[in-house]
Design a protein around this ligand. Structure first.
Ligand SMILES: Cc1ncc(COP(=O)(O)O)c(C=O)c1O
Length: 412
C-alpha cells in the first residue's frame, strides 16, 4: 500500500481506495454482495462479532454479516476518509441515516445539541421535532458559545447552508465550542472545496446522494472523523442498521475520480449564470457566495476553495403563480428536489425541501416563499442560460431588486 497522502487532491481522488488493485489483479473495485459470511472458526467469529458490534474493524477477515461489515462499502469509506483527511468514515443508506447515527452516538455525551440555521429541512425537522429525544438550541455562528450547556453533546453547522448558501466560519465555531465536537454538513461543498477537519471540526458529513454520487442514482450518506468518533457511530449503525448497500458504495467509489472535474465544471458554469441572473431585472435577488459582497467573512479562499454550484434566487414578482409558470416554462432545467447531479435541478425550498421547517424560522433565515434553489449541472452555460432566459419572460419587470431583509446578517 502506497503512502495515503501522496499526490494532489485531484490525483488522490483518482487513486483513493484503489491502491491494492495491482496486487489483487483487478482494475475496478470488487463488489461483494454477501449478506452473511461463513464462520467455520467459532472463536475467531465470536471475537470478530464483538469487535464489529461495538464499531471496531473485523478480526482476520471475519466479516460475519453485512449490517456489521461489507468490504465494498468499507473500501468507499476508506477512500472518502482519505479525501477528507480523516482517520475513518462510516457510510449509510442516506444522509439522514448518517445524521441520525451521529446524533444517537452523541447522546452518550449529553442530551443537548446546538445548531446554526439554516440547514437542510429534514435535518432541521429531525432536531426540532424531538423524534430522537434531544434538546436543541438554535443560534447563529457568532453566538455558539452562549448557547452551550454542560450537557451539550454536539454543535451542528452546515456550510454552505441549504438553501440560502450562507457560509459558516468553521474555525470560529470550533473556537467557541470549547471542546464540544462540531459536526459540519459539507454536502454543498464536497471535499473538493472544503475539508472541515482541517479547520478544527470533529466530524464532516455529506448527503452522498448529491455531488459525491453525482449522477442522481444513489441515495447515501457518509460521515468522517477520528477513529474514536467514527467507532461510536459504527456502533450505532451496527445496532440500528443503515449500512450503505455495497452496490451504492461501488457507484460512489466509481464517481470519486471525476468528483473534482464535476465540481469544478459545474462551479464555473454557476459563476457565469449567477452573474447573468444578478444583472437581470426579472430577478429580485440572488444568493450565491461567489457574487460580490456575498462572502462578508472572506471564507472563499481562506476556508473554501470556491463558491460551488448551487444558488438561490427570487423572481421579481411575489405572485406564486408566476413562479409556477416560470418552472413550467423550463425545458432543460429539471424541476426536482436534490442537487449535485449531472443535470441542472430547480425547486422552491419553502414549498418542498424546507416545508417541514417552522415558517418563522424559515422567514428569519431568508427562506422566503418565492425562493428558488438552482443546482447547476454539467450542461453548457449557453444552453442553460437560453433556457432560463426564455422561461424568465413570464416575469413582469416591475419589482425592486436586492431586498436587504432577505439575507439577515446573522445568518451570513
Ligand atoms: C445539506 C444536506 N444534508 C443532508 C441531506 C439529507 O441527505 P439524504 O437525502 O441523502 O438523506 C440533504 C438532502 O438534500 C442535504 O441537502
Amino acid at each position: 500500500m502506497k503512502d495515503r497522502t501522496d499526490g494532489t487532491f485531484t490525483t488522490r481522488a483518482v487513486h483513493a481506495g484503489r491502491r491494492d488493485f495491482v496486487e489483487r489483479g483487478v482494475h475496478a473495485p470488487p463488489i461483494d454482495l454477501s449478506t452473511t459470511y461463513p464462520t467455520p472458526d467459532l472463536d475467531l467469529a465470536a471475537r470478530s462479532f464483538d469487535a464489529l458490534a461495538s464499531g471496531d474493524a473485523p478480526e482476520d477477515g471475519a466479516f460475519i454479516y453485512q449490517r456489521l461489515f461489507n468490504p465494498t462499502t468499507d473500501r468507499f469509506e476508506q477512500a472518502l476518509a482519505e479525501l477528507e483527511g480523516a482517520e475513518d468514515a462510516a457510510a449509510f443508506g442516506s444522509g439522514m441515516a448518517a445524521f441520525t447515527a451521529v446524533l444517537l452516538a452523541a447522546r452518550s455525551r449529553g442530551n443537548h445539541v446546538v445548531a446554526v440555521r439554516p440547514i437542510y429541512g429534514t435535518a432541521d425537522h429531525l432536531l426540532t421535532s424531538g423524534l430522537l429525544g434531544l434538546d436543541v438550541t438554535w443560534t447563529t455562528q457568532d453566538e455558539v458559545a452562549t448557547a452551550l450547556r454542560p450537557d451539550t453533546a454536539l454543535v451542528v453547522i452546515e456550510t454552505p447552508g441549504n438553501p440560502t448558501l450562507a457560509l459558516v466560519d468553521v474555525a470560529h465555531v470550533v473556537a467557541q465550542a470549547g471542546g464540544v465536537p462540531v459536526l459540519v454538513d459539507a454536502t454543498f461543498a464536497t471535499p473538493v472545496l472544503l475539508r472541515p477537519l482541517a479547520h478544527g471540526a470533529s466530524l464532516v458529513m455529506h448527503s452522498a446522494s448529491k455531488f459525491i454520487g453525482g449522477h442522481g442514482d444513489v441515495l447515501a450518506g457518509v460521515v468522517a472523523g477520528s477513529h474514536a468518533m467514527v467507532r461510536d457511530i459504527k456502533h450505532v449503525r451496527a445496532a440500528t442498521g443503515g449500512l450503505l448497500h455495497p452496490l451504492g458504495a461501488y457507484l460512489l467509489q466509481r464517481g470519486l475520480p471525476t468528483l473534482p472535474l464535476r465540481v469544478e465544471r459545474a462551479q464555473a458554469t454557476a459563476e457565469l449564470l449567477a452573474q447573468r441572473l444578478a444583472e437581470d431585472p426579472r430577478i429580485r435577488d440572488i444568493l450565491y457566495p461567489g457574487l460580490p459582497g456575498q462572502d462578508p467573512r472572506g471564507l472563499i479562499g481562506r476556508q473554501m476553495a470556491g463558491p460551488g454550484s448551487v444558488m438561490s434566487f427570487e423572481l421579481a414578482s411575489d405572485d406564486l403563480d408566476v413562479m409556477q409558470r416560470f418552472i413550467a416554462a423550463l425545458r432543460l432545467v429539471t424541476p426536482a428536489v436534490s442537487l449535485g447531479s449531472t443535470d441542472t435541478l430547480i425547486q422552491p425550498p419553502a414549498v418542498l425541501t424546507h416545508r417541514v421547517v417552522d415558517p418563522a424560522a424559515r422567514a428569519s433565515t431568508g427562506i422566503s416563499g418565492g425562493l428558488l434553489r438552482l443546482s447547476v449541472g454539467l450542461e453548457d452555460f449557453a444552453d442553460l442560460w437560453a433556457d432560463l432566459d426564455r422561461a424568465l419572460d413570464v416575469v413582469p419587470v416591475t419589482a425592486r431588486r436586492h431586498t436587504p431583509e432577505m439575507t439577515p446578517a446573522a445568518t451570513r
